[in-house]
Design a protein around this ligand. Structure first.
Ligand code: DGL
Length: 238
């Protein structure tokens, strides 16, 4: 593992680039490799064994290419596979989880919305985190059925997407949520439409900046900052 090795990222598709772009903004000297497993997207409804097998394959590819640290830029793969990855490979791993904690701490209405995949919302990790931080508030959880496939097709800001989102998010629109947590790395690409749908006083949060700050801390703790003065290299594969 070398300091000038890249930070590796993987996701089922383009979604994790919402995390990747925050990391390269905060850590502009780092080299990166991004792997989009578009062939197998979406991951959201797949059984856990399949998500572990796909995560293993993505991870091995990124390690083969010299990654010094892996960001699992996918909530679904984090909830289902990060424990397996951590116990089988000798590099630091960072995962993403829906940002329930800040929403639960800041909500005034006491009702927050969480939009994520079925895989994430049904996971043990999600139940633990939501119990820990939001036991005393109301959570409206919605599975983003059909969203990832449309985002992968580049249909993230279309009238059809707005119709689909209005229907899916009806349970949140009917009550006064004041925070909407985006629990899938694809969903930040829906922000323009979400901002049209929700009133201005609803704050929409995703995990990108928090993951970037955590990546910085993990590099520091492991003395892994890239100290080379070469122009950093970013490779994106699908
Ligand atoms: N972007 C991923 C996530 O954060 C994957 C969604 C999917 O492939 O269904 O959950």
């Amino acid at each position: 593992m070398s300091n000038s090795g890249p930070i590796g990222f993987f996701d089922s598709g383009v979604g994790g680039t919402s995390i990747w772009k925050e990391v390269i903004k905060l850590l502009p000297s780092e080299n990166t490799i991004y792997l989009a497993d578009s062939k197998n997207a979406p991951y959201g409804e797949k059984p856990v064994e399949e998500i572990i097998a796909l995560s293993k394959k993505n991870n091995e590819k990124l390690l083969e290419m010299g990654s010094k640290l892996i960001v699992v830029a996918c909530n679904t793969a984090t909830t289902k596979a990060i424990e397996f990855l951590r116990s089988n490979y000798p590099v630091p791993f960072l995962g993403i989880e829906p940002a329930i904690k800040p929403a639960a701490l800041k909500t005034k209405s006491g009702i927050i919305g969480i939009l994520a995949t079925k895989g994430t919302l049904s996971s043990a990790l999600f139940s633990r985190t939501s119990e820990l931080y939001s036991a005393n508030i109301k959570r409206i959880e919605v599975v983003g059925n059909g969203l990832v496939a449309k985002i992968e097709e580049g249909q993230h800001n279309t009238p059809e997407m707005e119709v689909l989102l209005r229907a899916l998010l009806k349970p949140m629109l009917e009550v006064k949520i004041d925070y909407l947590v985006l629990g899938c790395s694809h969903y930040p690409y829906l922000l323009p439409v979400l901002k049209r749908i929700f009133p201005e006083d609803v704050t929409i949060i995703d995990s990108g900046e928090a993951v970037a700050r955590q990546t910085q801390r993990v590099l520091e703790m492991n003395s892994l900052f890239n100290l080379s003065d070469k122009i950093p290299d970013h490779q994106l594969y699908t």
